[in-house]
Design a protein around this ligand. Sequence first.
Ligand SMILES: Nc1ncnc2c1ncn2[C@@H]1O[C@H](COP(=O)(O)OP(=O)(O)OP(=O)(O)O)[C@@H](O)[C@H]1O
Ligand SMILES: [Mg+2]
Length: 439
Amino acid sequence: MEKHSLNGTLIIFNAFNLILLGVLLRSGMQLFPILLIMLLSTSLVQFLTFRLLNRQYREIKDITEKVSMGDHSQRVPTLNVEEFNELGLSINKMLGRLDSTIGHLAIHREELRLIVGTIQDALWSINSEGKIEWANTAFAELFDLYDETRMQYYWEVIREVSLLSYIREFDSSSEHRIQEISLAGHTYLLSGSQNPDAQRMVLLMQNIDDIHRAEQMKKDFIVNLAHELRTPLTAIKGFSEAMEETADQQNMRYLKIIKNHTNRLINLINDLQTLIRLEQNYSINLQEIDLVTFFDNIKLILDPLFEDKDVELKVDIDPTHPRFCVDPFKFEQIFINLVENSLRYTEKGQILIKGKATESDLTITINDNGSGIAPEHLPRIFERFYVADPSRNRNSSGTGLGLAIVKHIVVLHKGTIEVDSTLGVGTTFKIVIPANNAS
Ligand SMILES: Nc1ncnc2c1ncn2[C@@H]1O[C@H](COP(=O)(O)OP(=O)(O)OP(=O)(O)O)[C@@H](O)[C@H]1O
Ligand SMILES: [Mg+2]
């Protein structure tokens, strides 16, 4: 097709008008007819230009309208005004890109549909009105009332009150949340994520029965093993103590080593049992205690440990609010573990327990001027079996369960525990328990 530019066409039309004017002026014609002829000629030029532009514009408009209706196969044909033709080419290029993006998205969507369909866990999406947008086969199998041909409200399909209240809680929170729930004798991990752009929430319910069973087996195994080991260890400890009475110096040294290692094993078994009992028994037995008396007792229990060391244990309790609700037996364990740690890593100096209760909470700090903990270990010391730099304390290091137990008890009281430590300067643990700590 022959193409010409808009500018070129207008120049030709205007040149034609000028030549016509020159010819008319030379012919000696009167001014009025000349003006009339020029007016007619200009109008004709304008009309032809407009018609040309309009035809090109319509061609493009028709195509874009069809595309907007969803017919992406349309393309703008070659146009004979160069500027419009370039516009048409750009539109065709854009449509080509759009086509390939849509093609990719369709492939991804199909892949996702296959994955979601084959997942064994129930997966579904809820819109802002509370209607189920889509759900996978596992969801349909779990909830009989689900009918994929209708847009149902989730409360029409899910009838379990606990699950409904969890979904409502998820709905009101903007963050990603995970919650363990029990449903018809099974345990599930329910996780919900918000998609604020689409105003939807995606929920996943994972059956974790197997994980629970395996965890229970592990715990039972530890409890049984601990039980079986306790009797022989007590016997070894008892007989080695008895042998100390008649042993010579060399054997005395060996017996001491046997006794130390036996004590370590007995402590490990005790710690493991305490941790498992804490995990199995979520409830705490809250009682109002008198803080001053409670810490006096703690001091009495711990004082014997300080006998052979050049370290002093000090307790400073603010008596303004003397009473607070805690589980006294579990609470005691916290201070025994923390003070034992401080004592283990302090050669000389003091360990200070400071406590202050208010209307709203109880804050206790345990501070020592011992070896301190290197910053890289700090984030992990509350993990089970984590021993910071065991080589440093090969003889004195424990099994790394003490702080895990402490943390567990603090969490059972709905409290928090923080640690602040500087190598060579000392360590401070800070515990805050809220007054409304009832579970
Ligand atoms: N006051 C402290 N000063 C220096 N290091 C500490 C202190 N408290 C804890 N740690 C470090 O944190 C680690 C974890 O402590 P945790 O009480 O859990 O275990 P443990 O004392 O080694 O063993 P367990 O308490 O089971 O006998 C310890 O091994 C030690 O390295
Ligand atoms: Mg410890």
